[in-house]
Every structure is written in C-alpha cells, then in structure tokens.
Design a protein around this ligand. Structure first.
Ligand code: DAH
Length: 342
C-alpha cells in the first residue's frame, strides 16, 4: 500500500476514536467513501491518470483500503447503534410494578337513564318523539288544553309567567296541541322535556322533567291506555307489576285517571314505600277531551285519543329509592355513582 493510502487509513483510525454517535459515523463514512466526494472515492477516480503499468497495483491497493474501511466503519456503526438502543431502553424504562392510574368511568345521569328507558319502551310500541319548546304561550299551555283564563285548574300548576302571553311551560301537554295542529291522525307521539312550576319541597322542584304520550286514531279507548301502561310498568319496574286506574280530573282528558302500579317493593302486601296500600301512584292519564281535539281541528266524531304524562324525577326516585328530589339536582358524585344500571 502506498504512503497516501497508509495515511488515509491512519486518518480513519484516528478519526474513529472521536466518534460518539451513529449519526457521526454516517457523516464520517461519507467523508471517505462517498463515490463523488469521499477521499477513497476520489482515489478511484484518479485511476485514469495513473501510468498503465502501475494501474493494476494502484487499483488493488485502493480497493483493499475501500474494503477495509467499509468493514471497519460498518462494525463501528453497528456497535454505536446497539449502544444507542441500549441507552434508549434505559431512558424509557417503565416500572411495571407501579400501581396503575385508574380512570374513573362515568355514567349517565339517572334522569337521562330513566328518560332513555321510557323512550325505548314506547319507541318499541311505535311512538315517535316530538320535542316542544320550554317557553310557551298561555294558549298552548292552558287555553287550548281546555283550561281557559280563570279556570280553577290553573291553580294546580303555579306558573312562571314571562309576560301575560308567554310563560315557562308547566307541562309537556302543551306539545299535544302543536302535534295535533300539524299532523293528521293517526298520531302516536312521545314528548319529553323540562317543565317549570313555582314549587319547592322534598318531592317537588321548580324545574323538573316530564314525558307526555299522545295517541289519536279511530276507536281509541281506555283499554288501549291500560294495555300500553301495563307493558310500560312491567318493563320499568319488573315483570310482576300491575296497573290500576283511579278516577281523577284533568281539564284536557275526559274521563281522567290517576294510574297506580302494584308496589314493586313489597309485591302489593303493603310496605313503607306504598304507605301500606300495596299501590304507588305513577302518572296521570285519560281520554283526550273532545274539546281539545276540536281546538286542533280534529273531528271528535271520527277520532278519539288517549294521553298520559309521566314525571321522570318521580319515576327515577321510585326506581332508585330516593326520597329527596334535590339529590337528583345536586350533582354529588357519591350519590350519582350509586344511581346507575351497571
Ligand atoms: N299534564 C299533567 C300534569 O302535569 C299530567 C297529565 C295528566 C298529562 C293527564 C296527560 C294526561 O297527558 O292525560 O300534571
């Protein structure tokens, strides 16, 4: 090997001592072995200027140096990469003996759960959802529901008036009128939503949630109502639950009924929940008053309807055994965690 080649080899050996990373090895390798600019690459290009009789020996020498450099620097690159990998393992090491960070799983609010469950049950019977507005006119909330100005039944619902004409709806029944005004029978709708009354005690809140049901078709009777509600109570409170209808009064239904279900706590024998009666009041309902149908332009000689209104908080309180409605609105996570269906 001529002196020049020896010098390059020495340069490689000395330079390699200084290298600290595979990236540096790569750059260093390029400095010598790059075909166009590398020192050894340039020696190869020199070949044409070498005297023909020396050419073979020159070429052999350069080739040997190139082979040696490739192997030497390749080995160095491998070592460097192995060390870098090892360093990374050390730096990113995970202590698998550490206790895991637990992610708290959320659940739907009990009111949402009960609302969804009621919707599921009635959707299965072919009901569609209609969502009304929380601000209503006096006409839709009362007058059209056969409760004109000065009707004593208005006292049953302590109303938040926004103006003489507008109010916060006191009942989802207002939605019945919108639906009947806009849709011809057959009608089968469910209308969930917030309602408002100036009422505040352990079982009443100024804002609460209702679910209205309305069916209008030819030949609808109380039997259809009881059949649907029988199905409803079985699904929501358990298979053995029965219903009973008691006469009541609502201006927009005639006849009107309060619906009780057999106590799902004691099975009807009498307990604290049903106050010893074996029955629990769950909702108001009835056959839509002819006047209400006529107010919406539906011929009451041809069609009849049934309606019911379910209090969602009341249903949730019964289902989860809660005795104070405030627990449903305080968002206390300790309480809410206990109130789910998981
Ligand atoms: N709107 C009534 C209330 O809030 C509940 C109700 C009773 C709705 C009878 C109805 C019904 O549709 O037929 O007290």
């Amino acid at each position: 090997m001529n002196a020049n080649l020896e010098q390059i080899k020495a340069e490689i050996l000395a330079g390699a001592e200084e290298l600290t990373s595979s990236k540096e090895v790569y750059e260093f390798k390029k400095k010598f072995l790059d075909g166009k600019t590398g020192k050894i690459g340039l020696l190869m290009r020199e070949m044409k200027n070498i005297a023909p009789e020396e050419r073979a020996a020159y070429g052999k020498g350069v080739n040997e140096l190139k082979e040696w450099a490739l192997e030497f620097l390749g080995g160095l690159d491998e070592k460097m990469k192995a060390k870098e990998l090892q360093d990374r393992y050390e730096a990113e090491k995970i202590d698998i003996s550490l206790p895991a960070v637990t992610v708290k799983e959320g659940n739907l609010h009990p009111i949402t759960l009960v609302r969804n469950q009621i919707i599921d049950i009635f959707a299965g019977m072919g009901f569609e959802i209609f969502e009304g507005t929380e601000i209503e006119t006096d006409y839709y909330n009362f007058t059209a529901l056969n409760t004109p100005q000065d009707h004593p039944a208005r006292d049953m619902q302590d109303t938040f008036y926004l103006s003489p004409e507008f109010l916060l709806r006191t009942q989802t029944s207002a939605g019945q009128i919108h639906v009947m005004e806009n849709k011809k029978p057959p009608i089968k709708i469910l209308s969930p939503g917030k309602v408002f009354r100036s009422d505040d005690d352990a079982t009443h809140s100024p804002m609460f949630t209702q679910m209205e049901g309305l069916v209008v078709d030819k030949g609808i009777t109380l039997c259809d109502l009881q059949g649907m509600l029988d199905e409803f109570v079985k699904k929501i409170y358990g298979e053995g639950t029965k219903t009973r209808l008691r006469p009541s009064y609502f201006p927009f239904t005639e006849p009107s009924v309060e619906v009780d279900c057999s106590c799902f706590e004691c099975g009807g024998k009498g307990c604290k929940l049903c106050k010893g009666t074996g029955w629990i009041e769950i909702l108001g309902a009835g056959i839509v008053n002819n006047k209400v149908l006529e107010n919406c332009g539906i011929d009451s000689n041809e069609y009849s309807g049934l309606a019911f209104g379910i209090g969602i908080e009341r249903t949730a309180m019964l289902k989860y055994g809660i005795n104070n409605i405030k627990l449903l609105f305080e968002s206390d996570i300790k309480v809410l965690n206990q109130l789910n269906d998981k």
